[in-house]
Design a protein around this ligand. Structure first.
Ligand code: G1P
Length: 298
């Protein structure tokens, strides 16, 4: 096997309608909802940048203009802050634009995550790439992508991320059947099923929103039939890749044991805000004091 090419491109599907957050998302993309003081999507782009993935492609849709505006420069705002000498805020405004080279393509029809990833085919070309789901926020101190990149260098093929969940929650996720690889800190994926019922699930290992994919996935997605929810599922294409032979076949997984928040879910979104605000330099102490009093008054 020749050494796999370094991964530099990240694809971030962000075309979803965000109906779980209506009415907040009636006129605003769900990815722009703030977590403490930054839009949720900025954490994901920053995570990609930390792993050296500076070429980002966002798969957007209608009503997503705010995403492009957020990662663009605003010369008039920057000039005003500079004239005021407010360098701290200027830095905050510029942070989002400094994260990388961001490109956009629209998914014209909402045909599922697999179809969203297929929209990246032309941009990605014939090289391995990452997919980061915008709803999944991985705590900055719990590195996941660089472990996946290390595993991918050893295995070639594709690498996904799994997390143990309560068995009754598995029906909200893709689920993996795995086997252990002797002496390795990654596992082999033997099979995948999208959102199985608890009784049919092969394990309690849930697919979370970080993937390193071999470009062969595009060829598979082109003929993947609609699956769960009548949508083209990335999980189904990965199942095919897991059991295929030849160049680019095979799926391995890293099991993540760190902190992950699903900012597309109301409860997990609130938890992300509290957990990150407690660690925030400006807010942490006062919020912790308030929280303790609040909880003891319940
Ligand atoms: C998607 C994937 C699913 C995965 C999940 C992780 O589902 O289809 O396999 O487990 O992301 O967040 P969604 O949450 O978009 O329904």
């Amino acid at each position: 096997m020749s050494a796999p090419r370094a991964i530099t491109k990240a694809v971030i599907p962000a075309a979803g309608l965000g109906t779980r957050f209506l009415p907040a998302t009636k006129a605003m993309p769900k990815e722009m909802l703030p977590v403490v003081d930054k839009p949720a999507i900025q954490y994901v782009v920053a995570e990609a940048a930390r792993a050296g993935l500076n070429n980002v492609l966002m798969i957007t849709g209608r009503n997503k203009r705010a995403l492009e505006d957020h990662f663009d420069r605003v010369p008039s705002l920057e000039a005003t802050l500079e004239a005021k000498g407010d360098m701290k805020k200027l830095g905050l405004v510029q942070d989002a634009t400094a994260l990388g080279d961001i490109h956009y393509v629209r998914q014209r029809d909402p045909r599922g995550l697999g179809h969203a990833v297929l929209c990246a085919k032309q941009h990605v070309g014939d090289e391995p790439f990452a997919v980061l789901l915008g709803d999944d926020l991985i705590h900055e101190d719990d590195d996941l992508l660089s472990f996946m990149i290390e595993a991918q260098k050893k295995t070639g093929g594709s690498v996904i991320a799994l997390m143990e969940v309560d068995p009754e929650q598995i029906s909200a996720y893709g689920c993996a059947d795995i086997s252990h690889v002797k002496g390795a800190d990654y596992v082999k994926v033997e099979g995948l099923v999208e959102k199985p019922n608890a009784e049919e699930a092969p394990s309690n290992l849930a697919v979370i929103g970080r993937y390193l994919l071999h470009p062969r996935v595009f060829e598979i997605l082109e003929h993947t039939a609609p699956g769960r929810g009548n949508e083209i599922q990335l999980t189904d294409a990965l199942q095919e890749l897991a059991i295929a032979d030849g160049e680019g076949a095979g799926v391995h997984a890293v099991i993540f044991r760190g902190r992950r928040y699903d900012t597309g879910d109301k409860l997990s979104y609130l938890q992300a805000n509290i957990a990150l605000a407690v660690e925030n330099d400006e807010l942490g102490d006062s919020l912790t004091t308030w929280l303790k009093n609040f909880v003891s008054s319940l």
